[in-house]
Design a protein around this ligand. Structure first.
Ligand SMILES: NC(=O)c1ccc[n+]([C@@H]2O[C@H](COP(=O)([O-])OP(=O)(O)OC[C@H]3O[C@@H](n4cnc5c(N)ncnc54)[C@H](OP(=O)(O)O)[C@@H]3O)[C@@H](O)[C@H]2O)c1
Length: 331
């Protein structure tokens, strides 16, 4: 598996990151350990989790696996924001919760440092200075190596990076957005901020929750048996663009003799600014399929064909900014 630097840091990560959101819920501990073993055997080094996944069980399952490994070979990313426990109030990204949350995550993960500590969702109620100075102190203390953020807007990300720069604090070095062929809004503002600032990008739901795996078809009239989709999810995706994108993914998959999931993941791997998709696998069979997204490349023409199939009207002001009469290019 190829390695890339995480943005402009000196930290190398593999081109596929392993997502663990189903660990402790749809995926039991022994199956989860098999999935991590197989991911690592394929050369993978980066694992993403969160305090809230299965109310803390995902971190615990990783921890019981991690204690038998060489910790330095692995890059562990987790997140803080919500409370790990059903029915608990949302805690946010204030100093009190982050300082308690990092200790809880370290204990569940059975490690004394976290490689990438991410704010799961932008916290409107807490001053950004409070969040960022607390994260900076965690890096200084050595409990956290790098910090990142997920689920925020372009201006929120840029403001956070500028504030850190102004104060001499450790900046966010990585963004974790929703990004796949069907969900491309991160291209509008978020990925451009990361490209300009040298931050890495690890994409969540790179198969749109399974939609791009090839097992969904228009004729079926509903989600496949045993998938995590429900009727509301089907209704949200059942439109011309989805089926056009899936047709394009299947056509390219036939051409390159790969599966649709491998093609859809490969598209994410090769997009500008992307560090790695965070692959989600409920079973070892799905993992084996998804690991086949490495070791080969889509041509520029195949990338363009997939991207064009997934084009959609741009919202204001992006539509105006792309008009030929307004575009100015140097050189
Ligand atoms: N930051 C955030 O807010 C956030 C949000 C969501 C996820 N994440 C992270 O991103 C990771 C991945 O997200 P995701 O699970 O939504 O990713 P995804 O790759 O879009 O969807 C994974 C799901 O698709 C199906 N699937 C995967 N591979 C398949 C294959 N080869 N063939 C057929 N079906 C396949 C499985 O669901 P079924 O078998 O049920 O169909 C699997 O659970 C998570 O584990 C987590 O680490 C972060």
């Amino acid at each position: 598996m190829d390695k890339r630097f995480l943005g402009r840091t000196g930290l190398q990560v593999t081109e596929l990151c392993l997502g663990t959101m189903t660990f402790g819920s749809e995926t039991d501990e022994s199956t989860a350990h098999r999935i991590i073993d197989e991911y690592v055997a394929a050369g993978g080094t980066m694992i993403d989790t969160a305090d809230t996944y299965s109310a803390g069980s995902s971190e615990e399952i990783i921890g019981s696996w991690l204690k038998k490994q060489n910790r330095d070979d692995l890059v562990i990313a987790t997140k803080v924001y919500g409370e790990a426990g059903p029915g608990q109030p949302v805690r946010g990204a204030g100093r009190k919760h982050i300082l308690a949350g990092v200790e809880d995550s370290l204990r569940r993960l059975q490690t004394d440092f976290i490689d990438l500590y991410q704010i799961h969702v932008f916290d409107d109620a807490t001053p950004l200075e409070e969040t960022l100075s607390t994260l900076d102190a965690l890096v200084t203390s050595g409990k956290v190596r790098f910090i990142g953020a997920s689920n925020l807007t372009g201006w929120q990300l840029q403001k956070a990076i500028d504030l850190s720069r102004g104060h001499g604090w450790e900046p966010y070095v990585c963004l974790q957005p929703l990004y796949n062929l069907l969900d491309r809004d991160a291209e509008l503002d978020l990925i451009p901020v990361c490209l300009a600032e040298g931050a890495g990008v690890i994409a969540w739901s790179p198969l749109a929750g399974g939609w791009l795996s090839g097992k969904y078809s228009k004729d079926a009239g509903g989600p496949p048996e045993g998938s995590r989709s429900n009727q509301a999810d089907w209704d949200a995706h059942d439109n011309d663009r989805t089926w056009r994108v899936l047709d394009a993914v299947r056509a390219v998959a036939d051409e390159v003799r790969r599966t649709p999931a491998q093609v859809a993941l490969r598209w994410v791997v090769q997009r500008p600014g992307l560090t790695a998709p965070i692959i989600g696998a409920r079973t070892p069979e799905q993992l084996a399929d998804n690991l086949g997204a490495t070791g080969w490349s889509l041509t520029d023409e195949q990338m363009d064909r997939l991207t064009e199939a997934a084009d959609r009207p741009l919202p204001y002001p992006h539509n105006i900014l792309q008009l030929p009469q307004f575009v100015r290019r140097q050189g």
